[in-house]
Every structure is written in structure tokens, then in C-alpha cells.
Write a protein that binds this ligand. Structure first.
Ligand code: PLP
Length: 392
């Protein structure tokens, strides 16, 4: 049976019979996308306010992106890093132009969790220390190393014991961080805005304290920008704080949907990594690199950073003005917005979905918008119409 001819029940039966039951699935099969919209197997259209957890930053089926990927597939798709590559070199040039000061070295892999694994290994080998400090509510991925720094017991408990040893401290509490970082701490790991945990921005003072505490104790500071990267009005959400991390990790939006992970580090850390000490077969392949090059250029050339600041602020202003009895707080920056409710979030997710709008949860009582940056005022109006019906 060809894709596109399957009914929802065909699709559901095959997925439910042949996958481990890891996901609570919605009763929708997504089969097509176009700009800010997604379409299901019955042809119904949805406004995409989630972009697959923040991945499809240019929207869906972007013609320029699709043409570049097709061209790269016809040219060269795969290539190991033991050879040089023109497209990889191009991407490294693009990344150098947006890297925080001093983060001169980029290790490319295939996912967020893999990028975190690299960061943890680099921090260990550069400091000679075993342990980590991360934040409660923090999310860093679900491979064994990344899981060790992820806080939520729901993800951790079935797989313990986990290494490396991690102390989880309250987020935005500099004193707790100060008390937790010691002589055996390789790195402090923080999201500049906690994503899965509920869209909680770190305060500037907190990030500055983290930098100072890391420096005082000889630990490294790792910024996990896997979710925040490229959607807060500039490439990095940590930039406005004036803090430069020693390692910066990103993934989700970097290649607009093609799997990729990026771990940037300083010259000093890079020098400590032994040759052959890390690697990946798929990482930095020409197709992934082309995807990232096209994405980064589109974000810049189409002025999408400025647009996302404008649109994101307008969404937050209108949600705040809604004066909804259900809303406790609206938080976020750019196109990373959390709406904390005074009740459980599931009925609101369902209500929005029934009205053709797809958003994500972020914890039990918060829903989250991670829209493609290509939203215009038309999409804000569409979203607000559904949100007004569901929340007031
Ligand atoms: C999604 C996410 C990860 C994990 O990325 P995967 O690609 O799902 O492995 C890690 N950290 C943060 C902040 C994330 O949002």
C-alpha cells in the first residue's frame, strides 16, 4: 500500500501492533505540511504551533529548503569525517559566524541527546572530574548519559543507576548552585529557558552567578540550547545575559527537520579531547550539513529572527490581554511561549486540537507554543480565535 492511500485506521493498526508503546498518541496521522500548516490523513488542516517540538523552524515543505535537499541528494548524501567535505566546511563557516565568543570548535552529531553526550564526555576529559550539577525540571535527553542529567523521575527511575553522578538543584537559585558545585564537578548544565519543564526563563543574575561559580571552582558551564536555539529572536537564548558558556549544545531547529546535533566548545576543551576519543558514522554528513546551511541562511536572509521577536511578543501580549480565568501566567521569549493554567492542561490541548490548532504540553499544567518562525499576523489571529474559545 502506497503512503498517502492509507486510512487512519490502517495507519493506527500498523503503528500500534509494531511499535513498543512508548508514546501516548493523538488520534491523528500527519501526512503533509505546508508552511505554518499540517494536514492529516483525512485532509483536515491544522495550524502548527509546535513545529514537531521546535524542529520545523522554517515551516513545512519550504520550497528553497526542499530544492536544496533534493540537489544535495543528487550530488552526495553521505560522507565520513575522515574525509573533507565542501558542504561541511561551508556549515562550519556559518557556525563560526554565530558562535558565542571563544567557542571556536564544533562537533556535529545526529540528535540532541547525542550532542549532550559529547558535551558530557568533553567536560569530563577537559576537567578530569566525574560529576555534574544540573537543574530540577531540566531536560537534556534520554540516552543513558543525557538521562543522568535530566531531572524528571518519570524518565530516570526505571533505568537507574545512572552515571555520571548528578546533583539537581532548584532552577534560578544561585545559592543552591553555589552549595552544590565542588572540586569533583566537571560542569554545570543549564537550559537558558527550561523547555520541557514548563518554559521557565533563567534570570540574567542566575546565569551570571553560574558563570562566576563555575570559574571559581574550576568547573565548566554548559548551555543546553537544544530547544531555545534560533527561536528567541537571535541564535542563542543565553546571549542577552552577557554570559558565554564553555560548551553550547543545540539540535532541534538547526537543520529544520533533518536530524542533527551540535556541540560547540572552546579551544582549550577541544585540545583536551584525544584523537579518536569521540565520533559518529552519520554525523556531519553532507546532507545534514546542507540542511543546516540552508536553514541558517534562510533565518538570516528572510529576517526571521526579527519577525519571531515581533510575532512572539504579539502572541504573549494578546494571551495576557485575554484575561482568562484559566490562565495563571504567560512566559517566554520570541517563539518559545508557555501558558501556565490553573488546572490540568489536557482538556485545553484537546480543545485547541478540535479547533484545528496543535500545541504541546510542558508539564502537567502548562501548554507550550513552539511555532515555525514563519507565522504572520494571520496565524496569530487564527490561534487567538481558538485560544479565546477554549480559555474564556
Ligand atoms: C529535546 C531536548 C533534548 C534532547 O534532544 P533529542 O534530539 O530528543 O535527543 C535535550 N535538551 C533539551 C533542552 C531538549 O529540548
Amino acid at each position: 500500500m502506497a503512503a498517502g492511500t492509507m486510512t487512519l485506521s490502517d495507519i493506527q493498526r500498523l503503528e500500534n501492533e509494531h511499535q513498543p508503546p512508548l508514546y501516548a498518541k493523538r488520534e491523528i496521522a500527519l501526512v503533509r505540511g505546508e508552511g505554518p500548516y499540517l494536514f492529516d490523513s483525512d485532509g483536515r488542516r491544522y495550524l502548527d504551533a509546535m513545529s514537531n517540538y521546535g524542529v520545523a523552524i522554517l515551516g513545512h515543505a519550504d520550497p528553497e529548503y526542499a530544492a536544496a535537499m533534493a540537489d544535495q541528494l543528487r550530488t552526495l548524501a553521505t560522507g565520513h569525517q575522515s574525509f573533507y567535505s565542501d558542504v561541511r566546511a561551508e556549515l562550519l563557516g556559518e557556525l563560526a559566524a554565530i558562535a558565542p565568543a571563544g567557542l571556536t570548535r564544533s562537533f556535529l552529531s545526529n540528535s540532541g541527546a547525542e550532542a549532550i553526550e559529547a558535551a558530557l564526555k568533553f567536560a569530563r576529559v577537559a576537567t578530569g572530574r566525574p560529576n555534574l550539577v544540573a537543574a530540577k525540571r531540566g531536560y537534556h535527553g534520554r540516552t543513558l548519559g543525557a538521562l543522568a542529567v535530566t531531572a524528571d523521575q518519570k524518565y530516570r527511575a526505571p533505568f537507574e543507576p545512572l552515571a555520571p553522578a548528578t546533583v539537581h538543584v532548584s532552577f534560578n537559585d544561585a545559592d543552591a548552585l553555589d552549595a552544590a558545585v565542588g572540586d569533583d564537578t566537571a560542569a554545570i548544565l543549564l537550559e537558558p529557558i527550561q523547555g520541557e519543564g514548563g518554559i521557565w526563563p533563567a534570570s540574567t543574575e542566575y546565569l551570571q552567578a553560574a558563570r562566576r561559580i563555575a570559574d571559581e571552582r574550576g568547573a565548566l558551564l554548559i548551555a543546553d540550547e537544544i530547544q531555545t536555539g534560533f527561536r528567541t529572536g537571535e541564535p542563542w537564548a543565553i546571549t542577552p545575559s552577557g554570559v558565554t558558556p564553555d560548551i553550547l549544545v543545540t539540535a532541534k531547529a538547526l537543520a529544520n527537520g533533518f536530524p542533527i546535533g551540535l556541540t560547540m566548545c572552546t579551544e582549550a576543551i577541544s585540545e583536551a579531547i584525544p584523537s579518536g576519543g569521540h565520533g559518529t558514522t552519520f554525523g556531519a554528513n553532507p546532507l545534514a550539513c546542507r540542511a543546516a546551511v540552508v536553514t541558517l541562511r534562510a533565518l538570516r536572509d528572510r529576517d526571521l529572527y526579527a519577525q519571531s521577536t515581533r510575532i512572539g511578543q504579539a502572541i504573549m501580549d494578546r494571551l495576557t490581554a485575554l484575561d482568562s480565568p484559566k490562565i495563571r501566567q504567560v512566559r517566554g521569549r520570541g517563539m518559545m511561549i508557555g501558558v501556565e493554567l490553573k488546572e490540568r492542561v489536557t482538556p485545553t490541548l484537546r480543545g485547541l486540537q478540535e479547533r484545528g490548532v496543535l500545541v504541546l504540553p510542558a508539564g502537567a499544567t502548562t501548554f507550550r507554543l513552539l511555532p515555525p518562525l514563519v507565522w504572520e499576523s494571520e496565524q496569530i489571529d487564527e490561534f487567538m480565535e481558538a485560544a479565546t474559545q477554549v480559555l474564556t
